[in-house]
Design a protein around this ligand. Structure first.
Ligand code: 13P
Length: 261
């Protein structure tokens, strides 16, 4: 089966950049990206909620080849959920991708696979694409439990979804010990886990879903290591934290996608 997965490079800005800074960063990023870069890869930025509207306005007004993403959402459409933001509100802002189950939310906000599953379903119901994050802790890796942990996380997070839904979404493999530490998995280790995840999708949701689901690697991706990571067979992009805050660095990561013209 031909593999037609277009890489996706996503910048997760986390709790950084107010809306004025966000406008500047996205404008600078657009100057740095070459036409060949965005032909070879989809590029998304995930500002804080407070900056989404501003960034959307800039992207729309200047027709920038950058897709808007969010970092989280609630699973309900509306209601008495003080402080939460619904998927339909995000969709109305032109948001295309929503990160769900980031390890910081799993660890700091107590999100479990059932919560992530609700969010992934809600994002799909609002006609957006979830980026579903999984990844093991250092303790789990050292105990040789990586495959078991990411298998449990992905199975729980995607529970009940249909094959065509799974085939069209994005999985992000982010080993917790590699996030914000400057320590990244070797390209071979990252490839091995991503191959496991693709095999899991193929086994549960069918060969077609396995062939089309996009799998990103995340964890200290930067211009120096991106090319080796992105060259791996089962890695279809990157979820970039720190390096995405700087437009020069983020553009350099995008330019590392193999096969760009
Ligand atoms: P860093 O690139 O800063 O390690 O963050 C990775 C990440 O958590 C992206 O979601």
């Amino acid at each position: 089966m031909p593999e037609v997965r277009k890489p996706l490079i996503s910048g997760n800005w986390k709790m950084n950049h107010n809306h004025l800074e966000a406008i500047q960063v996205v404008q600078k990023l657009s100057y740095r990206l070459k036409a060949g870069d965005t032909a070879a890869a989809d590029v998304s930025v995930h500002p804080a909620f407070t900056a989404l509207r501003s960034v959307q306005t800039v992207i729309d007004a200047d027709e920038l080849p950058i897709l808007l993403g969010a970092q989280n959402c609630h699973w309900e459409t509306s209601g008495a959920f003080t402080g939460e933001v619904s998927p339909t509100m995000l969709a109305k802002l032109g948001v295309r991708y929503v990160i769900v189950g980031h390890s910081e939310r799993r660890q700091l906000m107590g999100e479990d696979d059932a919560t992530v599953n609700r969010k992934a379903r809600a994002v799909l119901a609002a006609a957006m694409t979830p980026i579903v994050c999984v990844g093991e802790t250092l303790e789990e890796r050292e105990a040789d439990r990586t495959d078991e942990v990411v298998t449990r996380q992905l199975t729980g997070s995607l529970d009940g979804l249909k094959a065509d839904q799974v085939g069209a979404l994005v999985v992000a493999y982010e080993p917790v010990w590699a996030i914000g530490t400057g320590r990244n998995a070797t390209p071979e280790d990252a490839q091995a886990v991503c191959a496991t995840l693709r095999g899991l999708v193929a086994g549960r949701w069918g060969e077609q879903a396995g062939a089309t689901v996009r799998i990103q690697y995340g964890g200290s991706v930067n211009p120096g290591n991106a090319a080796d990571i992105l060259a791996q067979r089962d890695i279809d992009g990157a979820l970039v934290g720190g390096a995405s805050l700087d437009p020069d660095q983020f553009a350099a990561v995008v330019a590392s996608v193999p096969g760009r013209r």
